[in-house]
Design a protein around this ligand. Structure first.
Ligand code: TYD
Length: 219
């Protein structure tokens, strides 16, 4: 059985991750490829339960270390129950946020000890590293404007409520990850119109698929 591919999408609020994931999934399906779209925190029943605890802010009073551990616990369940089995079945897994979100939100803007974060990542991801990470890069003020417009009257979640300075720090942290791991990461300017961004996303995915010789060809 052929091994599939693992593609993650990262970026700040309102960068258009879910729209672009849906578009890439549609494109790959039209090419006859088997895809699985999933997201974090969540993506498996156990992880969805933890998602609720995290995004409601119920874990906030226990401090950033415990939040990081909960994100990691959710991720571990998601990897073991959903992501790894799908990759082993030859699918292309598209995931909305993954380990880089923990590096940035908990590690950088949460101010956690880098050694603690690295150790947590190692046990959590457990060798299921993304083959490609697409970072949708957008000025945070524009991202928040878009997020608010999309949300309408709903209240902001625990992680949307922070100041613009924190969102800028996160943008820089994602760009720093891309600089440090250029073979895994591609930065795409998400300020442009949806079709232009989608074309760049499709091109990045096509390059990774082409480089991935053992991927089963579509029927
Ligand atoms: P979600 O509603 O899925 O937002 P988005 O559309 O921005 O992806 O909420 C996920 C929130 O959780 C988001 O603010 C980022 C945060 N998060 C972390 O802090 N650490 C993580 O490891 C992950 C996966 C998400």
């Amino acid at each position: 059985m052929g091994r599939g591919l693992f593609i993650t999408f990262e970026g700040g609020e309102g960068a258009g991750k879910s729209t672009q994931i849906r578009r890439l999934a549609d494109l790959l399906a039209k090419e006859g490829r088997q895809t699985l779209v999933t997201r974090e925190p969540g993506g498996s029943p156990g992880a969805e339960a933890i998602r609720h605890v995290l995004l409601s802010g119920a874990a906030e009073r226990f401090g950033p270390e415990l939040e990081a551990i909960l994100f990691a616990a959710a991720r571990s369940d998601h990897v073991e129950q959903v992501i790894r089995p799908a990759i082993e079945a030859g699918k292309i897994v598209l995931c909305d946020r993954f380990m880089d979100s923990s590096r940035v939100y908990q590690g950088v803007t949460g101010g956690l000890d880098p050694a603690f974060m690295r150790a947590l990542e190692k046990v959590t991801v457990n060798a299921t590293m993304p083959d490609l990470t697409i970072i949708l890069d957008l000025d945070p003020e524009e991202g928040l404007r878009r997020a608010v417009a999309r949300r309408g009257e709903d209240t902001a979640d625990r992680f949307e409520k922070e100041t613009i300075a924190v969102h800028r720090q996160r943008r820089d942290a994602f760009l720093e990850i891309a600089r440090a791991e250029p073979e895994r990461c591609v930065v795409i300017d998400a300020s442009r119109d949806e079709d232009t961004v989608a074309a760049d996303v499709a091109a990045a995915a096509a390059r990774t698929i082409a480089a991935h010789k053992q991927l089963v060809a579509p029927a």
